[in-house]
Design a binder for this molecule. Sequence first.
Ligand code: GDP
Length: 424
Amino acid sequence: MVKAVVGANWGDEGKGKITDMLSKEADIIVRFQGGANAGHTIVNDYGKFALHTLPSGVFYNHTTSIIGNGVALNIPVLFKEIKGIVEQGVPMPKILVSDRAQIVMPYHVLLDEYEEERLAGKSFGSTKSGIAPFYSDKYAKIGFQVAELFDETVLKDKLERVIVQKNILLEHLYHKPLLKVEELFTTLMEYREMVEPYVCDVSAFLYEAIKEGKNILLEGQLGSLKDPDHGIYPMVTSSSTLAAYGAIGAGIPPYEIKKIVTVVKAYSSAVGAGAFVSEIFGEEADELRRRGGDGGEYGATTGRPRRMGWFDCVASKYGCRIQGTTDVAFTVLDVLGYLDEIPVCVGYEIDGEITTEFPTTGKLEKAKPVLKTLPGWKSDIRGITKYEELPGNCRKYIEFIEEQIGFPITMVSNGPGRNDIIYR
Ligand code: GDP
């Protein structure tokens, strides 16, 4: 059976924790999109880890971790990450990398930096991991697949052609040092050595695994609102964040995805620029940021403070719908225990009209939040394992949100650890 774990919002919903938890029952965990630009934070018996490229299942002995063809593969980052977890005492995981995954080239990272510098105040708030230049090249058909590392003559020839174009940009748009084919070729040969032990025909592997009835988890990065088609364009990421894309980015039939677990956080946070209707500021935001997640709401990759907001029913309903949600995992609820009252955004007012449908970007920018205030529960809910044992107001918060978003909350996460979970 194939399950996907995806986010409903801007990312950082706690997908890493839910994937790590569900990995217990899984044989294979696949990353199918995105790159090393975002990260998952995972707390388990080995310690605390920030993963950027490896799937969150790498901590179990029985699982195979896969980098699918849809991922923006940064080979040295992957290599460093594997080394890092092994050094922290995790047994060497079984890892497979799709021979069709494309490689984040050193110039993708440079171009990302230079473009942010050029745009200055008007930038998108990129993490400068090379993701946008990478996917642009993929679709412009000048990207490099892992398999291409193994034919040196063809590789060098293609590098020469591609670099002509990059150097024109570097010279005339960015006024930066030019690329040299020989240097890049040497780097790619180092990449080849790093990745060679893991290279695999992933879709063929997964085809057999599905036939054998294996449990497969597809792990998404970021969330619905960062999807290039359905998200807040252009404040989006460059690959699809939707479960549907899991079929493409892993190379499996779409009808094999039977469960879509959408992770929804009990309040909102966002990184980067763009409309954020339920955003809060000042001391109110600082306090939530400080108490949020596990040790504060700061970017796993960049350390940047995240923008904070109340729970947004409009965005989350849409985010769940566009994912094709079968189950909602409602996370980080324990953090809200300090509040006397908890505002929730239940609608958007746009040009004097109230709606609960998530609009396109232009209208979104004009939206003002319609807030409803729910009573807080003023207690620490960590350690509770049964739904009935949660405080009444806490259950009311969950049930109110479930009704607003229209998808069943079947899991409630009340702490960062693997066992901090309440099934309903
Ligand atoms: P992801 O990218 O969606 O995996 O999100 P993050 O890695 O940013 O995860 C959010 C943070 O919240 C991490 O530091 C997790 O350890 C933490 N976390 C996950 N679930 C819970 C929870 O239920 N309660 C608390 N307090 N922290 C959680």
